[in-house]
Design a protein around this ligand. Structure first.
Ligand code: ADP
Length: 728
């Protein structure tokens, strides 16, 4: 009998060291082991992590913390359950509660059809085995918990993100504070190569790439802003990488160890995985040798109250120094046969987690970024105080609200939730948030899913307001300032146009008188002039005409500027246009200069609507310029139907042409390409207003104007007018 108990325990130790990943499989193996070793027909396994049907009997057993054995089931048995089992044909019944660190973790129900089946020794062995198994299950739970916490704190490690904007010349043109601090960048003129060790083209392609800089591991991402600029973010993942590696190693070394000690606490046997920690040197030594002297007395005190017969356990935390390696353990000792069985669980990692949990709470309080925790459906469960400075809400105003109401683009949020739900990590997602007052701000968020031990899900969201927000604010101010300036300039320019219009109007009256009286003198109305007087009078008259033209042009330009010109639309026939006196006198001027003249109106040119006086002004300006700037050859005018909607008029000369440099400025007011040429002397200085006025008039008609020109070969000015235009 003693053999079967001992074999059973050995088998259980083997089982808990076996890397079975599934808890259910572990329980099944264990149940089979009990049934085989002790030939028991039925075992019920009530794991408190699963559902526990806390019927009356179980509550009693859990409260009394005692093993219950009934080896002769009858109608008079204690529990209703016992009677139930008796009616099903069972004769022996035992219930073993398992506690670890004073918490109940397992209830084992054993049933046999034989009377007096459960001996104290068998029950003790099963009790121990169940305890070992429970320790193992608990440990697995802890590892899972730590894994979750690991993801949880990943977020906090991602807080400071260096960001760079770089250009194709390998220059860092902008870097944020953490880039400056962490990567050692000067404010200006850094070479990308010297900071990241690579150039623009490779940097552009970063997608979750890992690089090592100054002994830190960074995850690098970049996005191209345009062909020559890229935006690079570097997330320092050194800590999370360390944590992840650590979790991996915890997982690998099943960190529950079992030791068998004799009555003097000499170590007789250890589970094989402890060898890796201890290097086997531990067998034969006294367990207390590894306990620091300050904790030793307390430990021995706990041990001295262990009851030899009952399976009372001593529990506690200890720091051990094994082969110079410090270990934080949670232990539990039980009296076993003629010694003790010790369960040690390496809680170093757990302690680390609880330390960082504290750090995290601290961090929640102290970070300048907003941190929100929501439930599975996105309702806010908690928020740190930063929400107030960023979004204007007090934490208690926002608790219980749907997080979606803070986001402009809820589809991004939905997408990220979905991704996190599948254990994805969301870093640097660009979002727009709505402040309490409705104002919008740009930010990035980090999102992680948290799964608690009871499998409930929450999300942790860390929100960083973007620096660019301030940039945009600055730009808006600048824009406002510029708009103001433009408004002022427009007002000033309107005032100026009005002034010029008034002045030129005033100039016209006396000039008309000067012209009138000069003409009278010139035509000998007040007596015969000698030839010299007559020549001077002629100059006065010519210059008066020129002055009159200039004033007229200035007046026109200022009228157009002030939108004072109203078109007087009439039906126009281009064929009859040719026969007007104005065109005739232009033709005279052309032939007098020894140039040929041609006027051609295509047969299918329809009548159009336009202001005849203004149209004439356009023709006079363009033909006048052609005459002015042509010394030999010909000037021709061609009017044709360009397409269904427009007619076009082209004025072509074989004159001096226009420099490429001048072409784009020609229609500007007061611009004269020939200013410095001798031609100016020859043709008299114009005003540089003619083309500007012409263009304005064509625009008023909803037409278009342009030209082609080749230096020294000639120029063709063209304008088109819509056919369908009705009388205004
Ligand atoms: P301006 O009163 O000086 O003629 P315009 O606005 O009519 O003013 O013309 C502006 C300038 O465009 C002229 O000074 C001249 O340099 C150039 N230009 C206009 N028409 C022609 C042309 N047919 N051939 C060459 N240059 C021309």
């Amino acid at each position: 009998m003693e053999d079967s108990s001992q074999n059973f325990i050995k088998n259980v130790i083997g089982l808990v060291n076996n890397p079975i990943t599934n808890d259910d499989a572990l329980e099944k193996e264990f149940s089979d082991m009990i049934m085989q070793s002790f030939s028991i027909e039925k075992i019920n396994f009530l794991n408190i992590y699963k559902k526990i049907d806390s019927g009356q009997e179980y509550s009693y057993i859990l409260n009394s913390k005692k093993i219950f054995i009934d080896n002769e089931l009858s109608e008079y048995s204690t529990f209703t359950k016992s009677i139930e089992y008796k009616n099903k044909g069972y004769r022996s019944y035992a219930v073993i509660p398992i506690f670890i660190y004073t918490k109940p973790v397992l209830i084992l129900e054993l049933l046999s059809t034989q009377k007096n089946k459960f001996t104290q020794e068998a029950i003790n062995a099963i009790n121990l085995g169940a305890f070992l198994l429970s320790m193992n299950l608990l440990q697995r739970q802890n590892i899972r918990l730590m894994d979750k916490l690991g993801t949880y704190f990943n977020v906090s490690f991602n807080l400071e993100i260096p960001q760079l904007i770089v250009d194709s010349n390998n220059k860092i043109i902008k870097s944020n504070k953490s880039a400056i601090n962490e990567l050692g960048i000067d404010r200006l003129g850094n070479d990308l190569n010297s900071v990241l060790g690579i150039g623009f083209d490779s940097a552009k392609a970063f997608k979750n790439s890992k690089i090592i800089l100054n002994n830190n591991i960074y995850k690098v991402n970049s996005s191209t802003l345009n062909e020559n600029t890229a935006y690079i973010t570097l997330t320092n993942i050194t800590n999370s990488e360390i944590l992840e590696n650590m979790l991996e190693s915890i997982e690998a070394s099943k960190n529950t160890f079992v030791m068998l000690l004799d009555n003097n606490l000499n170590i007789q046997e250890v589970t094989s995985n402890f060898d890796e920690v201890s290097g086997k040197l531990i067998i034969g030594k006294n367990f207390t040798d590894f306990i620091s002297s300050s904790q030793k007395n307390d430990f021995l005190q706990k041990l001295s109250v262990l009851d030899e017969k009952n399976s009372f356990e001593a529990v506690g935390d200890l720091s051990l120094l094994i082969n110079e390696k410090p270990m934080f353990i949670r232990f539990s000792l039980k009296k076993y046969l003629r010694g003790f069985i010790a369960m040690l669980s390496d809680a170093t990692a757990e302690k680390y987690i609880s330390d960082i949990k504290q750090d995290f709470d601290e961090f929640m309080k102290n970070t300048s970024d907003m941190v929100l925790i929501t439930d599975e459906l996105g309702f806010i469960k908690s928020s740190n105080i930063c929400i107030e400075s960023v979004l204007g809400y007090k934490p208690n105003e926002i608790i219980g609200a749907d997080i979606k109401q803070l986001y402009v683009n809820t589809d991004i949020l939905d997408r990220d939730f979905k991704y996190a739900r599948n254990n994805g990590k969301i870093d640097n997602s660009y979002i727009t948030l709505i402040k309490k007052g409705g104002e919008k701000i740009s930010a990035i968020h980090f999102l992680r899913m948290l799964k608690s031990i009871d499998n409930s899900i929450s999300y942790i969201i860390l929100i960083k307001e973007l620096e660019t927000k301030h940039m945009i604010e600055g730009q808006e101010d600048e824009l406002k300032r510029q708009k103001n300036q433009i408004r002022k300039l427009i007002a000033a320019s309107e005032l100026k146009s009005q002034f010029i219009y008034n002045i030129s109007h005033e100039l016209k009256t006396p000039l008309t008188n000067i012209k009138g009286f000069s003409k009278l003198l010139y035509t000998n109305e007040f007596g015969e002039l000698n030839s010299e007087q007559k020549e001077y009078m002629k100059t006065i008259l010519d210059e008066t005409d020129r002055l009159m033209l200039i004033i007229q042009q200035v007046l026109d330009a200022s009228k157009l500027d002030a939108n004072k010109i109203k078109l007087d639309m009439k039906e126009i026939d281009f064929n009859s246009l040719y026969n007007t006196s104005t065109i005739k006198s232009l033709e005279d001027a052309i032939t007098n200069k020894g140039l040929k003249f041609q006027w051609k109106t295509d047969y299918d040119v329809p009548k159009i609507y336009a202001d005849p006086n203004r149209l004439m002004q356009v023709l006079v300006n363009l033909i006048g310029n052609a005459i002015k700037f042509t010394e030999k050859g010909e000037i021709s005018v061609h009017i044709f139907k360009k397409n269904k909607r427009n007619i076009q008029c082209e004025i072509k000369d074989t004159g001096i042409g226009i420099d490429d440099d001048d072409k784009h400025k020609l229609f500007k007011k007061f611009y004269q390409a020939t200013k410095k040429d001798e031609l100016v002397q020859q043709h008299g200085a114009g005003t540089g207003l003619g083309l500007a006025i012409t263009k304005d008039i064509i625009n008023l008609h909803k037409g278009k104007i342009g030209f082609e020109s080749e230096k020294d070969k000639g120029t063709t000015f063209w304008f088109s007018l819509p056919i369908k235009q009705k009388a205004a």
